[in-house]
Design a protein around this ligand. Structure first.
Ligand code: SAM
Length: 223
């Protein structure tokens, strides 16, 4: 059995009862970084649990080994460093192989940063498009320009190193629509959580003032 388990994005209190039960009873936890997941398991008093590192999960030999263990009847839990496995994180290769091999799969849903940002944004979210991280080079400008015609709310991830530049580029791409609402969610569920509602025209100012540390989700209202 393969259990896909979401884990907190910053606040341990967001671990679900099912996630805890599943982590307790499984044979081993497949994770990106054993230090990160080891720390989570320690906080949950599960530090004796076997950890299998499989960052990227794209090495076919590693996935073969995991599939072998699953076929031998072992119960593996798939987690990522934080949030939901497969959401801008590894997981796809293992889950798709397991499904192809007919291995039983269960999902224990929980936190995902883009969902938390959307629900706190105050923007219409019955229809949205999730873009993960924007491409760094090829297709980036075309994608940003396409935002002017997007009729759904847009949500994407950004790192602290690029947030300033990305907000400046977003302002430029939306310069004909200066009133487009933009929400920047920073450090969700953590001590320094901050959710800034602004407009496209104000983005360069926001980029300069508040964004120095942390993890970010950007939500752009529909046209
Ligand atoms: N699997 C994760 C999920 O379900 O949200 C996403 C992993 S992705 C590698 C990491 C990115 O998610 C960060 O760079 C940031 O953009 C966003 N993120 C994760 N945790 C966050 C938080 N607490 N607050 C704001 N953004 C967060």
């Amino acid at each position: 059995m393969l259990s896909i388990v979401s884990t907190p994005i910053g606040n341990l209190g967001d671990i679900t009862l099912r996630a805890l039960e599943t982590l307790k009873k499984c044979d081993a936890v497949v994770c990106e970084d054993t230090r990160v997941t080891g720390q989570l398991l320690k906080l949950l008093n599960l530090e004796k649990k076997e950890l299998i590192s499989c960052h990227g999960y794209s090495d076919p030999k590693k996935v073969d080994d995991l599939i072998r263990r699953l076929k031998d009847g072992r119960h593996l839990v798939l987690v990522s460093d934080a949030g939901t496995p497969g959401i801008s994180d590894p997981g796809y290769a293992l889950v798709s192989r397991a499904r192809g091999e007919g291995i039983p799969i269960e999902v224990i849903p929980g936190p995902a940063a883009f969902l938390a940002a959307l629900s706190a944004s105050g923007l219409p979210i019955n229809r949205f498009v999730y873009l993960g991280f924007l491409p760094m080079k090829k297709g980036r400008q075309t994608l940003l320009k396409s935002f002017t015609d997007e009729e759904r709310t847009i949500v994407f991830y950004e790192s602290v190193h690029r947030i300033g530049k990305t907000l400046d580029e977003l302002a430029e791409a939306l310069k004909e629509q200066p009133e487009r609402p933009v929400v920047i969610a920073r450090e969700l569920t953590k001590m320094h959580e901050e959710i800034v509602s602004t407009t496209a025209a104000n983005l360069p100012l926001v980029a300069q003032s508040v964004m120095k540390k942390g993890e970010f989700v950007v939500v752009v209202g529909a046209r």
